[in-house]
Design a protein around this ligand. Sequence first.
Ligand SMILES: *Cc1c(COP(=O)(O)O)cnc(C)c1O
Length: 339
Amino acid sequence: MTQIDWKNLPFGYFKTDYNVRSYYRNGHWGELEVSSSELITMHMAATCLHYGQEAFEGLKAFRGKDGKIRIFRMDENWKRMNNSARGILMEEVPWELFHDAVLKAVELNEKYVPPFGEGAALYIRPLLIGTGPQVGVKPAEEYLFMVFVGPVGPYFKEGFSPVKMEIVRDYHRAAPRGTGHIKVGGNYAASLVPAHRAHQDGYASVLFLDSAEEKYIDEAGPANFFAIKGNTYITPASSSILPSITNKSLQTIAEDEGMEVDVRPILVEELTDFDEVGACGTAAVISPISTIIDRDTTHGYHFCKDGKVGPVSEMLYTKLRAIQEGEAPDKFGWITFVE
Ligand SMILES: *Cc1c(COP(=O)(O)O)cnc(C)c1O
């Protein structure tokens, strides 16, 4: 294998040696199969191709200074994947199968787990899709659950770099009582056009508002939104955002540090009152936000004065990374070791 340049890895697809798969057929999940092919063969009438029966997850494994590999909160990803499955009538994946698949995929690709100290990690992508054929709109009778992995670099090469975001009202990501709260491809399809436009205009991402009233901050593109005001961590309460495991973990750490946590609807105008704002998710942990521009009013909200990341965001980020990399004790029971 040619040497991997860990420091310059992008956040993208990286071919590794193996992936694992299990098929649901005739009412039960089959044995876990190991594959070295990047391809899947499926029926042209598979429901994932026509009616969006597709859910995915994203989690990471880290190598500690002790050489051990730690997987972060995989039970939460399992619960969320099955919540997504129930939301679009797919077959749920038993814990044993999910656990074995994730561990096997990491073990088989051990040499791709980046060394400690490079800022990189092994990204784990579980995927659940309807593979059985239907032409009428109905759930499939067959499913494929698979897990592939690949090393990914630090989201920001120079460490934390604050990003600019754009509030949009001419596009909605998800409707209340729609599928915004589950991790399905359809939500991403709905976000591609405004996200592409935002990138072209120099923004890292779009800030979507609640689609019923367009008054409250909902989702920060593919990540959750949070704000810091004094000693309080504030994050939106909404039925159309995806419950981020990173967000949940940051809330736990904030409380543990003696902060208040306030989960409630956040009005756009409140942006003027916040000390720090950011987006959070597995890919970057925290993306501090320096500027938010309202596309309609062109009004700008500015943070990270002097180009510096806020101290609370910095503290939360550091504490979370320390647990993930084994530099701090796993006091909340978030780590699964790969033996
Ligand atoms: C996956 C995802 C997140 C982040 O969730 P994590 O569990 O923290 O990675 C946030 N928003 C959306 C829309 C997502 O799909």
